[in-house]
Design a protein around this ligand. Structure first.
Ligand SMILES: [Zn+2]
Length: 286
């Protein structure tokens, strides 16, 4: 039996936050509906198909640009809003890397099927393995941020919270571009363990950074075989039919399972959507 809950206190805190947010969302429900409707979307042709050397791959079906001004928070596990995905559309996300034993295997599986994903990096890992950060970026994936050291942002003082967020962004940007800036070139962020507070949510929104929750997950923080993980995620996808999926590229079972999961997506007419920031990155601004 696979445990669907987040580990330990993380799950409890996530549920507590959900209740807190319900109260807040009910007050702001008009805004949240407006946010869903106002999501910025960009449809493009399947440019990746032309770039892909192998025929009959899964491929990336379209690019969806996400604007923090209209879509500050997405993911049904934490929020009432999510990305405007069609039936059978999925967004693949990978947390906690870069991690040399497993991230390259995840990248190879994605490249084999010509699909693009989003990686939420831990800054400390990025600073230790900058070449792997640049490899992720050079293969066309989106790079989001996941703090410096994956501490719980609900259990440390507000000043330390900001430092954790900023140090992580700066480490990722240094690995990517050699510039230690706290203005992210891709303003996407995911909280470790989804442990957020109204104050940290407000902070990120004020800085124009989209907070990514997720719609469902593979529970790959639990020990299981690749076959068990594949069965579990296929079942959850069958129920959800669409959505943002959370994996961890630090997990060997996920790296081992991914080729079969991507084949399942291809064989069952699922389509992969690649999320990118709506506005130009900081590096492109004058
Ligand atoms: Zn994480």
């Amino acid at each position: 039996m696979i445990n669907d809950a987040l580990p330990g206190n993380i799950g409890r805190n996530a549920r507590a936050m959900t209740n807190m947010r319900r109260q807040k969302w009910s007050r702001n429900s008009v805004h949240s509906v407006a946010a869903i409707l106002a999501v910025s979307m960009a449809w493009t042709a399947t440019v990746e198909a032309a770039d892909c050397p192998r025929k009959e791959t899964l491929g990336t079906s379209r690019i969806l640009s996400v604007d923090a001004a209209t879509t500050p928070r997405v993911g049904l596990k934490s929020f009432s809003a999510t990305l405007p995905l069609e039936d059978h559309e999925v967004v693949l996300t990978f947390d906690d890397g870069p991690w040399p034993p497993t991230t390259p295997r995840v990248l190879a599986a994605l490249a084999h099927e010509c699909v693009r994903a989003t990686f939420f990096l831990i800054g400390r890992n990025a600073s230790e393995h900058p070449e792997l950060v640049r490899k992720i970026a050079s293969e066309g994936h989106t790079i989001g941020h996941h703090t410096w050291a994956h501490r719980s942002l609900m259990r440390i003082p507000p000043k330390a919270t900001t430092a954790e967020i900023d140090r992580g962004i700066s480490a990722d940007e240094t690995a990517l571009h050699g510039i230690a800036t706290t203005i992210p070139s891709t303003p996407f962020f995911r909280f470790p363990g989804f442990e957020m507070t109204p104050a940290t949510l407000d902070l990120l929104q004020s800085r124009g950074i989209v907070v990514f929750g997720t719609d469902f997950w593979a529970s790959d923080w639990n020990p299981m075989t690749p076959q068990q993980e594949l069965k579990l995620i296929i079942n959850r996808l069958g129920n959800a039919r669409r959505g943002i999926i959370l994996f961890h590229d630090t997990k060997a079972q996920t790296a081992a399972m991914l080729p079969a999961f991507l084949r399942f997506l291809r064989d069952n007419q699922y389509r992969v959507v690649h999320v990118v920031p709506a506005s130009p990155g900081a590096e492109d601004l004058p």
